[in-house]
Design a protein around this ligand. Sequence first.
Ligand code: ARG
Length: 461
Amino acid sequence: AKSSIWGGRFSRGPSQLMQDINASIAYDKQLYRQDIDGSKAHATMLAACGIISDADCAAIHDGLSQIITEIEAGDFEFSAALEDIHMNIESRLADLIGEPARRLHTARSRNDQVATDFKLWVRASIDALDDALAALQASLLDKADEHCNTIMPGFTHLQTAQPVTFGFHLMAYVEMLGRDRGRFADARVRLNESPLGAAALAGTSFPIDRAQTAELLGFDRPAANAMDAVSDRDFALELLAAASICAVHLSRLAEEMVIWSSDRFAFISLSDAFTTGSSIMPQKRNPDAAELVRAKPGRIIGSLNGLLIVLKGLPLAYGKDMQEDKEGVFDAVESLAIAIAATSGMVRDMTANKNAMRDALTTGFPTATDLADYMVRELGLPFREAHHASGSIVALAAAKGCDLDALSLEDMQAVEPRIKADIMGILTVESAVAARTSFGGTAPVEVKARIADARSRFAIE
Ligand code: ARG
């Protein structure tokens, strides 16, 4: 059958294959709400500008409201022959209200319509992701608060570096997620210009009011160039870029949870709610949720790459290539949303094994830097010399098979004779942590202060 929407120039309908490759309804039906909001705003504006009658506008609004109800009740029959969500809705509207439905598309094209719908969808996703990220920050802040004094090894190269607190370590992620929220918020500001009324690519000769539709849809202003408005998808790229970075952050925390919950480390226990058993090994508690969060960047970064490649070299204005902009974005947002939610749950439920964290610090000489710092502060040595002397003392302890704080004063004085008895209180991990009071450091007092500051900076209870 010929298209009721564009069939005029055609003598026969598209082949089945044409229909199959062309249809986007299977996924763009997700845009139904945005499409209806956009059409209502457009109709309101057309009536206000005297382009359609108030009666037509009212009929269009009523019909579109009924369509929302039908879709949400599962009573709407989506048709692939009608290609996409825009034509599915318009066609149903014509069934419901007749002629006024055919006036709705005045001064509009599917090109500005789809750009508008997609922007509204991305904007709503940004808002939902921001809420979810704030909730994850809240889980991390609570857990950090609980563990300001829980000492664990800090690692570089996954080798013991210096003692830190668990609360301090978790707060690192609160900051990363804060910047993620900032990236989404920045993208939202640039996104928030309305494409509606750009029409196919060149604007329209009808006396429309683009500022009115922009305002009705919560945009800050109409996009200034009609061709740009229908041609670009940088707002989707920015969402995907911010989502990719955020997913990478989550994957690092997830990987740490996998490591921390392993038998070898046993720093934390994940709750039963976020682990799974094995079909053969009865003892197992596997961190599947954390592993899946670790894996999600695969598809999210894949979607970013996919859309960058679709847009690269695409001539202005609209090309059907751009229909390929949606699935990756939908998938990325869904993937990120579930990763954030699962991470919140894992963080909220996990318990710290303080003894295992503390025991892990009996190897690896985590206070060797404190020994060097002592020689700089109390003996006036240049740091490089102090570093060398501390290294020699570590070698001595390694040879004796003990930790630094188990060496005798005489042992240390054999390497650096000016070391005095006051060293003995400095080499414990407790004093090493307590001493790091510099701004943003790991000392419990400092972490407490930064938690309070983060709660107000990120507006989290
Ligand atoms: N389904 C299309 C999309 O998602 C809508 C725009 C169609 N525009 C066109 N000129 N064929 O991009």
